[in-house]
Design a protein around this ligand. Structure first.
Ligand code: F6R
Length: 252
C-alpha cells in the first residue's frame, strides 16, 4: 500500500482531486466509484471548481456510488443521492444516465443489489475507487462481521456507524438502521483505490489497518491490503498513532 501523509486535509484533497483529473484526462470513458461522508467533501469541491473556473469536461465519466440508506427518500437531505447531487453532480456535466446510485427505497432490494452489480460489470468495472473509512474499519457499509460479502447487499448498520453518522441528522434515532452497500468484490476489482482518512478520531483505526497481521472481517478495510494499487492518504492527525508506532519500532 502506498501511504501518503499530507499536512492538512486540504493538501490531501488536492492530491486526490488531481489524481482524479489525471484519470479523467487520460481515460476515454473512466468509471469512478464514489464515497460520501465528511472526508471527500474537499475533493468534490475541487472538482466543482475545475468545472466552474476551468470549464473542465466531465461528460465522458460514469460513476457508481458505494452505498445508500434503506428507506430514505432520494430528496431527503441526508440521502447519499442528495449529498452527491449537492456536493458534486449538480455542478458538473456528467449526463444523468451515467450516474448510478443505489435506491434505498426500491420495493425489491435484492433485485436492486443484483441490478447494481450487473451495471458495474456492464460498465467494465471501476477504474478508480474513492473510499473513506469508518471508525470501526468499514469501507462502504461493509461493517465488521464474521464474514465479508462479495456482492452488493443490504446491511444492518453497526452502532458505531449510527453514532458516527448521527452528526448529520437531528438525532441518532433518525439514522436509518439499514443500508445497501457495494460488496467488497467491485471495490477490490477496481484498477486503483484511494482511501482517505482525516482527523485524530481516525488515528486508531488507521493504525489498526496498517498494522493488522491478518485479513480480518472484523476490520473490513483489511482486505485492501491484498490490492496492488491502493493509496492511503492521511492528514497528520490521522497518521499520528501509526507514525508514533513506526518511530518507536525504529528506536527498538
Ligand atoms: C460513505 C461510506 C462510508 C464513509 C465512512 C467515513 O459513502 O461509504 O464508508 O466513507 O463512514 O465517513 P466520514 O468521511 O464521514 O468519516
Amino acid at each position: 500500500m502506498n501511504i501518503i501523509v499530507a499536512s492538512t486535509p486540504g493538501e490531501a484533497s488536492e492530491y486526490v482531486a488531481k489524481r482524479i483529473l489525471n484519470i479523467i484526462d487520460a481515460t476515454p470513458a473512466p468509471v469512478l466509484g464514489l464515497a460520501t461522508g465528511g472526508t471527500p467533501k474537499g475533493v468534490y469541491q475541487m472538482l466543482r471548481d475545475e468545472r466552474a473556473k476551468e470549464g473542465r469536461d466531465f461528460s465522458h465519466l460514469t460513476t457508481f456510488n458505494l452505498d445508500e440508506y434503506v428507506g430514505l427518500d432520494p430528496a431527503h437531505a441526508q440521502s447519499y443521492r442528495y449529498y452527491m447531487n449537492t456536493h458534486l453532480f449538480d455542478h458538473i456535466n456528467i449526463p444523468s444516465p451515467q450516474i448510478h446510485f443505489l435506491d434505498g427505497r426500491a420495493s425489491d432490494l435484492a433485485r436492486e443489489c443484483l441490478t447494481y452489480d450487473k451495471a458495474i460489470e456492464n460498465a467494465g468495472g471501476i477504474d478508480f475507487q474513492l473510499l473513506g473509512i469508518g471508525h470501526n474499519g468499514h469501507i462502504g457499509f461493509n461493517e465488521p462481521s464474521g464474514t465479508l460479502q462479495f456482492k452488493t447487499h443490504v446491511t444492518t448498520l453497526d452502532e458505531a456507524t449510527i453514532e458516527a453518522n448521527a452528526r448529520f441528522f437531528d438525532a441518532s434515532s433518525q439514522v436509518p438502521s439499514q443500508a445497501i452497500t457495494m460488496g467488497v468484490e467491485p471495490i477490490m476489482h477496481a484498477e486503483e483505490i484511494v482511501l482517505m482518512a482525516f482527523g485524530e478520531d481516525k488515528a486508531d483505526i488507521v493504525d489498526a489497518l496498517l498494522n493488522t497481521p491478518t485479513l480480518d472481517p472484523q476490520l473490513p478495510a483489511s482486505i485492501l491490503r491484498l490490492h496492488r494499487n491502493v493509496t492511503i492518504i492521511l492528514d497528520k492527525a490521522a497518521a499520528n498513532v501509526y507514525q508514533n508506532r513506526q518511530s518507536e519500532e525504529g528506536i527498538q
